[in-house]
Design a protein around this ligand. Structure first.
Ligand SMILES: [Zn+2]
Length: 643
C-alpha cells in the first residue's frame, strides 16, 4: 500500500544530480512515497493503482518500465497503461508524454507541493494476443507483476529506490509471493519495504481456487508451491508428483551447493486462458501451464520441465547474470549476446534436473533430447544466421511467428545450447578422466556462499576462465566455433560422446506424441517436411512450417497455406500418416490439396521414405554417460503420506 523511494547515494552526488537526474523527487525514509494496488476488479481485467511520491517543485519525468527482466525485450505493456492522472495540493497536474519516448511522462510540480499523487489502471488482456502482454488475469485467478502498475523517476537505479507496497485482493482469494509481508488483514496486505528491483522481481499470485504445498518440510529456507487454478479439480498434484518436486529442490541444492534467496516461492497458474509461459525471479518464479497439468499425462509431460527451468534461473540468470542483461533500470536496453549461457545452460540443467528429480524418466529425457537434436539438425536457417545472432536478436525473436521458423530460426539459443552444454559436459568428463563434470562448473560459477538475493554479473571471459579452472581445454574456441557455425547440421558431438546416436524410424517419438496432443499439431517434418495444425485445434489446418529443401518444399508448398485434402480425401492426422505409409510401397506421389489465400492447388509430393521419427540409440560398447548425467545426486526424498 505504500511505496517510498529512498535514494541511497552520497549527498554530494545527490546535489549534483537533483536537477538533471531526478528532477523534483526528494525521497527520504521519513517522507516516504506510497502505492496501493487494488485487484478487486481483476476478473474484469483491470488492475487499479495509486501512488504518492514525495516531490520538490520543478520539472519531473516519470517512466513506466520498458525492458522487462526475464523477457529480455522492450515489452513493457505501455499500450495498456490507462487512466493516468497526476495531482498535487488537491489540484490536477497536467502531464505530457515525451514525443520520442512513449514510456516517459513529464510533469511540472507546483511550487507549494510536497507530494505528487498518481492514479493509473492497467488493462490486462482477456485473451492472448500476439502484440500485447500475455493475460495476467482470468475470472478466477490473477498474477500481479508490479512493473505493470508502477512509475519511477527517470534516470534512477532500481536498486536505489525503496518501495513499500500494499495490495487489496478480491473477497476470499488467497495469495502467494516471495515479497516479505508486514501484515495482512481482511484481504489487504501491507508489504515490507523493498527496492524497486525486488518489488518488480516479486510477483504475486492470487486466486479463488488456491493451494499451498510445502516443498522443503523442516528446512530453514522455505520452498513453497502456490497453485492457483481456474477450477477446483486442477489443484491435484499426486503424492508422487509432490515427492518429485521436493526432490527437485534437493537436487538443485546438491548441484549448486548454495542458495541465493531468503525463501523460494513457485507460483503456478493452471489455466487455459493464459499461454503456457514462465518467468524467472530471484526468490520465485511465475509458471503458467494449462489447467490439466496434474490431470492430463500429455500436458504433464510437455510442461513438467517448466518449474525446474525457472527455478534454475535463480542461480543462472538472477544471481549470475551476463553484464549486458544487468541493467541499471528498466529503460536501459538489454544486450542478449550471452543468452546461450543465461537461457541455454538453464535449458540444459532444467531438463537434466527434471530427470534427476524423477519428473521425467531417463527414457523420456532421451526422447526429448532426440526430438531437440533432430529439429535443430534440420534447421536450414543456420546457413544464414548463426546461433550467436539468435541470442543478439532475442528482443525481436521472442515475438517471431511460428510460420517459417526453420528458415528464420527462432530463439534457438535455448535448445541448441542443450547440445553445446551436453558436449561440454562430456568433454570435462573425458579431460578429467571421469573426476569432474559440468556440475563442478555450476558449483564454482553459481554456488559460493548461501546469501540473500545478490547479483554478480559476468562476461564471456569469465565463463571461459571458470571452465578452464574445472578442466583445462580450449573452451574459447569450443564455444566460438559453435556460436558462429553455419552448419550444416547441429552440434551432435555431446550425444555421441555420451554413448548415443540420433536415428530415425517409424515409431513415434514420445516427446513428439505429447507435443502433438498438447499443441494440436501434426509433425511430419522429417518425412514430408511439414508441420500442420490439426483441424480440431484453435489454429485450424494451417501449415505452420515447410522445411526448405524438403519434399514438400520442392513440390511448391509454403507455410501459411491451409491443408485441405490428402490423396483426394479430407485431411486428418491419420489420413496424412496413412498416405505416407502407403507411399512407402508405391511409386505414386502423395497428393496434398491446399488452400493458398482464395485459391486451391494440388501439390504432388514424390516421397517414399515412410514415417520418420527421431530417437537416440545406444552405441554398442560405449558407456552410457547420459544415464550418469541424469542420475539422482541428492538423497531420495520420501513420498509424503499427506501434503
Ligand atoms: Zn528461461
Amino acid at each position: 500500500m505504500r511505496i517510498y523511494l529512498q535514494v541511497r547515494i552520497a549527498a554530494a552526488l545527490l546535489l549534483m544530480c537533483v536537477a538533471s537526474c531526478f528532477g523534483a523527487v526528494a525521497q527520504t525514509k521519513e517522507d516516504p512515497a506510497r502505492i496501493d494496488v487494488d485487484l478487486r476488479d481483476a476478473a474484469r481485467y483491470i488492475f487499479h493503482a495509486q501512488m504518492s511520491l514525495p516531490v520538490k517543485p520543478g520539472p519531473l519525468t516519470l517512466v513506466y518500465p520498458k525492458w522487462i527482466p526475464g523477457e529480455h525485450s522492450p515489452t513493457g505493456p505501455i499500450v495498456d497503461l490507462t487512466g493516468l492522472k497526476f495531482a498535487a495540493d488537491g489540484k490536477e497536474v497536467p502531464w505530457r508524454r515525451d514525443s520520442a519516448d512513449m514510456y516517459a511522462f513529464q510533469v511540472e510540480i507546483p511550487s507549494s507541493a510536497a507530494r505528487l499523487e498518481i492514479k493509473l489502471d492497467y488493462l490486462s488482456p482477456a485473451e492472448a494476443n500476439g502484440s500485447r502482454e500475455h493475460p495476467s488475469a482470468t475470472p478466477k485467478l490473477a498474477l500481479l507483476n508490479w512493473y505493470t502498475v508502477v512509475l519511477y523517476p527517470q534516470g534512477t537505479r532500481s536498486d536505489d529506490l525503496t518501495y513499500v507496497a500494499s495490495l487489496r485482493l478480491p473477497v476470499g482469494w488467497k495469495y502467494g509471493t516471495a515479497l516479505p509481508v508486514a501484515k495482512e488483514q481482511g484481504g489487504e496486505i501491507d508489504f515490507e519495504p523493498a527496492s524497486l528491483t525486488t518489488l518488480i522481481d516479486s510477483p504475486v499470485i492470487t486466486g479463488q481456487y488456491f493451494r499451498d504445498v510445502d516443498l522443503s518440510p523442516g528446512e530453514a529456507i522455505k520452498h513453497t508451491l502456490h497453485i492457483a487454478a481456474d477450477g477446483p479439480t486442477g489443484l491435484a498434484p499426486s503424492a508422487t508428483e509432490v515427492q518429485h518436486l521436493r526432490q527437485l529442490v534437493a537436487e538443485e541444492y546438491a548441484l549448486f551447493g548454495a542458495r541465493h534467496y531468503r525463501r523460494y516461492d513457485f507460483l503456478l497458474s493452471l489455466t487455459d486462458r493464459m499461454p503456457p509461459d514462465g518467468v524467472e525471479h530471484h526468490e520465485s518464479s511465475d509458471n503458467r501451464t494449462p489447467e490439466g497439468l496434474f490431470l492430463d499425462p500429455d500436458i504433464r509431460e510437455m510442461h513438467m520441465d517448466l518449474l525446474p527451468h525457472e527455478s534454475v534461473h535463480s542461480w543462472n540468470g538472477k544471481y549470475r547474470r551476463p553484464a549486458g542483461l544487468a541493467t541499471r533500470n528498466y529503460q536501459e536496453p538489454m544486450k542478449g549476446e550471452l543468452l546461450w549461457v543465461y537461457e541455454g545452460l538453464t535449458q540444459y540443467y532444467g531438463q537434466v534436473l527434471t530427470a534427476r528429480s524423477g519428473l521425467w524418466t531417463p527414457e523420456r529425457f532421451r526422447e526429448n533430447l532426440a526430438a531437440t537434436a533432430a529439429y535443430l539438425n534440420d534447421r536450414p536457417g543456420r546457413a544464414w544466421r548463426d546461433l550467436q545472432d539468435t541470442a543478439v536478436s532475442a528482443q525481436i525473436l521472442y515475438g517471431a511467428p511460428e510460420e517459417g521458423s526453420s528458415w528464420r530460426r527462432g530463439v534457438d539459443y535455448y535448445d541448441e545450447s542443450i547440445l553445446i552444454w551436453l558436449e561440454a559436459d562430456t568433454i570435462i568428463e573425458r579431460e578429467t578422466k571421469g573426476k569432474k563434470s559440468l556440475d563442478d562448473f555450476c558449483r564454482k560459477f553459481h554456488g559460493g556462499e548461501t546469501t540473500g538475493p545478490k547479483l554478480v554479473s559476468y562476461t564471456f571471459e569469465d565463463v571461459v576462465r571458470t571452465m578452464n579452472e574445472v578442466a583445462p581445454y580450449d573452451w574459447r574456441t569450443f564455444f566460438e566455433q559453435r556460436l558462429k557455425s553455419h552448419g550444416p547440421g547441429a552440434p551432435l558431438g555431446g550425444i555421441e560422446n555420451s554413448g548415443w546416436k540420433l536415428v530415425f524410424n517409424d515409431t513415434m517419438n514420445d516427446h513428439a506424441r505429447a507435443a502433438e496432443a498438447a499443441e494440436f499439431i501434426v509433425d511430419e517434418q522429417f518425412s514430408l517436411g511439414i508441420r500442420v495444425h490439426t483441424a480440431g485445434g484453435p489454429a485450424g489446418s494451417e501449415i505452420v512450417d515447410v522445411i526448405p529443401g524438403s519434399p514438400a518444399d520442392r513440390a511448391g508448398m509454403a507455410p501459411g497455406m491451409e491443408l485441405v485434402a490428402v490423396n483426394g480425401r479430407k485431411w486428418g492426422p491419420e489420413i496424412l500418416r496413412d498416405a505416407i505409409r502407403r507411399a512407402n510401397d508405391s511409386k505414386q506421389p502423395i497428393e496434398l490439396l491446399a488452400q493458398n489465400g482464395d485459391y486451391f492447388e494440388s501439390y504432388r509430393i514424390d516421397y517414399h521414405g515412410g514415417e520418420r521419427y527421431p530417437h537416440l540409440e545406444a552405441i554398442g560398447g560405449k558407456v552410457d554417460l547420459l544415464g550418469e548425467i541424469v542420475r539422482r545426486r541428492a538423497g531420495e526424498v520420501a513420498t509424503p503420506a499427506k501434503f
